[in-house]
Design a protein around this ligand. Structure first.
Ligand SMILES: Cc1cc2nc3c(=O)[nH]c(=O)nc-3n(C[C@H](O)[C@H](O)[C@H](O)COP(=O)(O)OP(=O)(O)OC[C@H]3O[C@@H](n4cnc5c(N)ncnc54)[C@H](O)[C@@H]3O)c2cc1C
Length: 387
């Protein structure tokens, strides 16, 4: 009977990265996903993700971002595909706003570099953005966007080449703990392993019921626009951008597929991923308002013209109470390690999370500075103090 070193439950963002890192370390790995990632019903839909080091959420993430940055570059070389495009990220708003103070704080700690732009400089360099005179912009030039589908497919492909057995369209239905091993069940088989790595995204709470993980699932909407003034929004013409209302953000017109915009705040809480419903017109209202106010070249004024919307889609956040991730060995079952609660900002860390999961699964410990993301610590809010 084969005993694997690790079973990975969920082969989306963090599971693909974990399977790859485990197989790099020559562990015998088998992974399962009840769907076929990349897909649009979990937390990685929508094609692109922001990569940034300006971490208003807490400067403790910045060293982790730097490691992830090196790993994304290495993966790009290995896969022969550009996964991270450093288009820059311009966050605009009042200088006193929490977002700008938080980014400035990371720069003051010399953790990253930013350029400060006045409202006039913003308008001159990027006519796409219409900003009030009292706004400033913080430009992180090494930030950029990640190609989600290429990253997930590439990590799965490389993990398979290194010997991982990845089983798609095959969900894990349960497991039994035995001394020193875990027996994982699917509808088709039982597999024995030393460790179970749970990376089930918004399905985590229903899978790890014993821990009562306090994750809220929030349905979010992306909207893609065909810009009224295409030159202003072309790739290379603008960085990724952010404005204050509901932490609105958007991307340039990547590959001419449309200008994708969304709001980090808001959305509807749902009990289970299966309850999410497709994006509809009412999801566009506040996005259209912000577009009309700050992005006149995207859709017609005064009320942004919904005719310019190409498509919209939903995606699920897994929110912890303090919005920090949960990475740890299961407090009661040392054969289980888990990565969950990415609270809408986890994708950029995927290869680093792969390393952490491989460390915890194979060594029981990690050298990465993740104590603030552990099971107990993560319950306590660690909001930074910018006073
Ligand atoms: C709207 C939106 C915008 C975001 N923007 C950013 C951003 O700009 N930058 C950033 O860094 N992050 C961002 N994120 C966050 C990031 O995308 C997520 O943190 C990340 O994708 C989470 O990965 P995951 O592996 O936890 O979940 P997923 O990628 O969803 O993977 C979980 C997998 O588990 C599988 N699964 C579930 N149950 C089972 C089972 N029983 N058996 C087998 N498989 C199972 C699912 O099918 C799924 O494939 C955003 C997220 C959303 C929703």
């Amino acid at each position: 009977m084969k005993v694997y070193d690790a079973v990975v439950l969920g082969l989306g963002t963090m599971g693909s990265a974990s399977a790859l890192e485990l197989s790099r370390r020559q562990a015998a790995v088998i992974g399962f996903d009840h769907l076929r990632p990349p897909h649009g019903v979990g937390s990685h839909g929508g094609g692109t993700r922001v990569f940034r080091a300006g971490y208003a959420e807490s400067p403790a993430y910045v060293p982790l971002v730097h490691r992830a940055s090196d790993l994304w570059e290495r993966l790009s070389q290995e896969f022969g595909t550009k996964l991270l495009t450093r288009s820059g990220l311009l966050t605009m708003g009042l200088e006193s706003s929490a977002a700008l103070c938080g980014i400035q704080h990371c720069a003051d700690l010399r953790l990253m570099q930013i350029d400060r732009l006045s409202a006039e400089e913003i308008q001159y360099r990027f006519p796409a953005f219409q900003v009030p005179d009292d706004f400033v912009g913080l430009l992180e030039t090494t930030a950029g966007w990640l190609d989600v589908d290429a990253a997930i497919l590439g990590m799965q492909k490389r993990a398979s080449e290194l010997g991982a057995e990845l089983c798609l369209d095959e969900g894990v239905t349960g497991w039994d703990m035995r001394p020193g091993e875990v027996v994982v069940r699917t509808a088709r088989r039982k597999v024995h392993a030393r460790r179970l790595v749970i990376t089930a995204g918004p399905w985590t709470t229903q899978i790890m019921r014993d821990l009562s993980i306090p994750i809220r699932i929030v349905r979010k909407t992306f909207v893609w626009f065909d810009p009224l003034l295409p030159a202003e929004f072309a790739e290379g013409a603008i960085p990724i951008f952010g404005f204050p209302p509901n932490s609105f953000y958007g991307f340039p017109n990547i590959r001419g597929e449309g200008v994708k915009v969304a709001e980090h705040l808001g959305g509807e809480e749902i009990a289970r991923p299966e309850e999410a419903w497709p994006a509809a017109e009412q999801d566009h209202a506040s996005i259209l308002e912000t577009v009309a106010r700050f992005l006149p070249g995207l859709a017609r004024q005064p009320l942004a013209d919904s005719q310019r919307i190409i498509k919209s889609a939903t995606c699920l956040y897994s929110m912890t109470p303090d919005e920090h991730f949960l990475l740890d060995v299961h407090p009661k079952q040392s054969s289980i390690v888990f990565a969950a609660g990415f609270s809408g900002h986890g994708f950029k860390f995927a290869p680093l999370i792969g390393e952490v999961m491989a460390d915890l699964a194979l060594e029981g410990e990690t050298q990465h500075p993740i104590d603030f993301l552990r099971w107990k610590e993560a319950r306590r809010p660690i909001k930074a103090d910018y006073s």
